[in-house]
Design a protein around this ligand. Sequence first.
Ligand code: GLN
Length: 199
Amino acid sequence: MRKTIGVLALQGAFIEHEKMLQRLGCETRELRNAADLQAPIDGLILPGGESTVQGKLLRETGMFDTIRSWIVGGMPVLATCAGLILLAEELEGDETRYFATLPVRVKRNAYGRQLGSFVAEEAVRGIGRMEMHFIRAPYIEKAAPEVEILSRTGGHIVAVQYRHQIACAFHPEVTADTRLHARFLSLCEMYALSMQKAG
Ligand code: GLN
């Protein structure tokens, strides 16, 4: 069955995710306001961009509570960069919290000004080596023991999976490498099957 993936489209790098998902045979739906949340979706993308702006717009558009309840309810999420910040339970030196569904502590703009943007290549657990594009990226300072660490760069955690939530500090959508998205889609497949059974 063809999957429909919701892509948070308030701000940031959402079009690149849509293109990648379409290449993988999915329908995509841009989530811009509460009306876009009416029809069901099989999974959710939280793209990179500016987490403070996204967080503010999520509240202003009235989408915040519904999206959070979906994630809490088991809907698969792939979050990149600012999306990781939205998912984090804790932000270093900052009392702000957004969805707070991923038990990690994240440091925003963690590489400082000079290393604002760079490319690395590291192994990702279950996938293999990936080219990683970091753009004013955060990293994960600390993860709860139940969080699976998928990758580290320079000693810092840059990709994790916790049940149905996959989050990375880099931008896979700016490369031609669809493997992380494919892994997310396999979670969506399982979720769709579990929803069918429940329904
Ligand atoms: N620096 C941004 C933030 O704090 C994240 C950057 C990105 O998503 N590429 O939200």
